[in-house]
Write a protein that binds this ligand. Structure first.
Ligand SMILES: Cc1cc2nc3c(=O)[nH]c(=O)nc-3n(C[C@H](O)[C@H](O)[C@H](O)COP(=O)(O)O)c2cc1C
Length: 367
């Protein structure tokens, strides 16, 4: 395995095609799925030279916690669909790399067990950066029970996914008849959320009725920092700041919710301008190369998230695969930083990025 895309090919070979499609797919025509990757390809890096810089370091502070890599594992559901160890394998690999893992509410291992696995694999004296992704539930008691589970597990932030008032329509899944987990697997965080239940698995409910009031309410029931995942409109970014949100994960759900929304990289400058440095902005969607990460960071993201690559690496080679994936991205980011003449992530500035040349207009020169 020499690059992220090698894992994609390896995963395709190994997986049931229905499951490979579940991972690859997006909403409707998958225009946004493609746009995410294309947006990175359309930007060019403009490096500086002879700057006499030290070998670059990749350490980053995220919500007061420390990570050794500016790459987060974005929340993805159902890891046991592709590997028998599931999220335990992912968590060990993330902790070993010092990368933040955002455990999905729809994980096939309970968040407490994910946290234990991460702790066991982390370096001595290191706190494991584990965050929990949450879909608000119409019944506030259920949401609170989930928050309690994440808090008890030792998660240090809640990532509330707000781009899903309804479930995105994947036509691949519909054509393949893929609607649910196979027998034997279940969303372990959703088991027995109410006192006195035994073996009852709740379905994740989605609702268009959630509003900013629910974020205010969530703020009042937890001490944990709250990030919103899925804000694309700059006005919503400003509202998030006003509602006491601690960070944004700029995301279009990997093109799996509303099709034809902008690539996250395209949306980034306006979101960065809207929050004006008051809270960190993270970004996911289409990150496949160290240079992709560097471009997003240069345009103001604090870190980037990866979704599908984690599933591919896990499917290809379990924990080892995810370790290798994170090593490759580390190498590629270090390499790109050095080649840009930057000693660290904070030296990545917007002047290092420019749009690809679209060709001469009327024979005119391009400056
Ligand atoms: C198989 C799969 C499952 C996902 N499950 C969740 C989820 O449970 N919660 C969530 O907020 N986002 C989920 N996402 C979206 C990811 O968190 C992330 O936004 C997206 O995958 C990033 O784009 P990328 O796959 O191009 O890296 C999922 C994505 C995939 C591919």
């Amino acid at each position: 395995m020499f690059c992220v895309k090698d894992f994609e090919a390896a995963a395709r070979e190994k997986l049931d095609p229905v499951h490979a499609d579940f991972i690859a797919g997006g909403a409707r025509d998958e225009i946004t799925v493609r746009a995410n990757e294309e947006a990175f390809a359309r930007l060019r890096l403009l490096p500086r030279v002879l700057r006499g810089r030290a070998v670059p370091g990749l350490d980053v502070t995220l919500l007061g916690g420390h990570a050794r890599l500016p790459v987060l594992l974005s929340p993805t559901a159902f890891h046991k669909l592709v590997d028998p160890e599931g999220e335990l394998a992912t968590a060990r690999a993330a902790a070993a790399a010092g990368a933040v893992m955002i455990a999905s509410m729809a994980s096939t291992v309970a968040v407490g067990e994910i946290a234990d696995a991460a702790r066991a694999a982390a370096g001595p004296g290191e706190t494991v950066p584990l965050w929990f992704q949450l879909y608000l539930q119409p019944d506030p008691e259920i949401t609170e029970a989930l928050v309690r589970r994440a808090t008890d597990a030792g998660c240090t932030a809640l990532v509330v996914t707000v781009d899903s008032p309804v479930l995105g329509a994947s036509e691949r899944n519909r054509r393949n008849g893929f609607h649910d987990l196979p027998a034997g697997l279940r969303c372990e965080n959703l088991v027995d959320l109410r006192d006195g239940e035994f073996g009852h698995v709740r379905q994740i409910a989605m609702s268009p009725e959630f509003s900013w009031e629910h974020i205010t309410w969530l703020r009042s029931v937890t001490e944990l920092p709250i990030l919103l995942k899925g804000v694309l409109h700059p006005e919503d970014a400003r509202l998030a700041v006003r509602h006491g949100v601690s960070g944004l994960l700029l995301s279009n759900h990997g093109g799996r919710q509303l099709d034809t929304v902008p690539a996250t990289l395209e949306a980034l400058p306006a979101i960065v301008a809207a929050v004006a440095g008051r809270i960190p902005v993270l970004l996911d969607g289409g990150v496949r190369r160290g240079t992709d990460a560097v471009k997003a960071l240069a345009l103001g993201a604090r870190a980037v998230g990866i979704g599908r690559p984690v599933m591919w690496a896990l499917a290809a080679d379990g924990e080892k695969g995810v370790r290798r994936l994170l090593e490759l991205l580390r190498e590629e980011i270090e390499d790109a930083l050095a080649l840009c003449g930057a000693a660290g992530l904070d030296e990545l500035t917007p002047d290092l990025v420019r749009p690809a040349w679209s060709g001469p207009l009327f024979g005119g020169a391009v400056s």
